[in-house]
Design a protein around this ligand. Structure first.
Ligand code: ASP
Length: 316
């Protein structure tokens, strides 16, 4: 049987045991499990890697826990602006969206751009016009207003005029508000790779800031000759390094293994003081999930395994 497998992430950041309550940890692990199983089940019956990554991401977008879809963080102006992208490793076709404010599942939007338009990246009002034309689910912005993200915005805003008390609150939840993008990479039984990423960006972002998530090559990349990659962390650094494509290039130009190429990309991130992680799968089904942060919500499931591996902390 051909190898197949899937890996997902739900964001990297200052996720440490003493700050994550057992209840919340359990909730994260349950949704990560649900997400990876939904993608794996598609691959198991011969479905495509594109369908698998989309399905896994929709589960996380529909959960309040992750900074994507329903749980997207707030901008400085108290709106939600979402970024997304998807890429097919067989054809190198891709689709992406940014500044989405009403699309319930941004990843479905990215897939629709890839398959139903001649473009790669659509933004803002025009993007939402395109979404309506293709009958994607449109929701009132209130759908994205969750208490937790609202609180994070207030804390982060207060941090701008920081006091000792706000520093303590920030320490608890605020740091993690900067991270939480979701992503998935998969290899199907036909040897096709796919990668996808979806994000609310960073709390308190202003001036229509756009992150690495909708940037093909920075946040997402897939090529059947090498690997599929999805990144998460401080987007500006991933954009400077074009990290997802860098992993693929290190494999093709330097003949590195998936693991070595991914570790090298994270080393480059650390060298310019960027923080985050990535998930990657190669054409043989090897999976790696390196990070330079204390944690990254993540999971993997390959053929031959009975159960998915679900992890949060770096030392797991
Ligand atoms: N990379 C995302 C961004 O900068 C945020 C994240 O991954 O947490 O928009």
């Amino acid at each position: 049987m051909n190898n197949f497998g899937i890996a997902i992430h739900g964001g990297a950041g200052t996720i440490v045991r003493k700050k994550l309550t057992p209840k919340l940890e359990k909730e994260y692990r349950a949704v990560l499990r649900q997400s990876i199983v939904s993608g794996y089940d598609i691959l198991k019956v011969g479905g495509s890697s594109l369908d698998a990554v989309q399905s896994a991401i929709v589960v996380m977008e529909d959960s309040e826990l992750f900074n994507a879809g329903k749980g997207a963080v707030f901008t400085h102006d108290e709106t939600n602006e979402m970024d997304c992208s998807i890429m097919c490793g067989k054809t190198l076709e891709c689709g992406a969206g940014t500044l989405l404010r009403h699309v319930k599942n941004p990843i479905i939007f990215a897939r629709t751009v890839m398959e139903k338009s001649e473009h790669v990246l659509l933004a803002s009002d025009g993007a939402e016009q395109f979404a309506k034309l293709h009958n994607l689910e449109i929701v009132d912005p209130k759908y994205f207003h969750t208490k937790r993200r609202w609180f994070q915005l207030q804390v982060v805003k207060e941090k701008e005029t920081e006091t000792e008390t706000t520093r303590a609150i920030l320490d608890h939840d605020g740091d993690n508000s900067k991270h939480g993008t979701v992503g998935a990479v998969a290899l199907d039984k036909n040897g096709n790779l796919a990668a996808a990423t979806s994000s609310g960006g960073m709390t308190n972002k202003r001036y229509n800031r756009i992150g690495d998530t909708p940037m093909i090559g920075a946040g997402t990349y897939a090529d059947n000759r090498t690997c599929a990659v999805s990144t998460t962390g401080h987007g500006e650094y991933f954009m400077r390094l074009v990290t997802a494509k860098d992993v693929s290039d290190l494999m093709s130009y330097k003949n590195m293994s998936l693991k070595d190429a991914s570790n090298e990309a994270i080393k480059k991130l650390s060298a310019i003081d960027g923080s985050g992680g990535l998930i990657a799968i190669d054409k043989n089904g090897n999976i790696t999930m390196p990070m330079n942060t204390p944690g990254m919500y993540r999971a993997s499931f390959s053929n031959g395994k009975q159960e998915p591996l679900v992890k949060i902390f770096v030392e797991e």
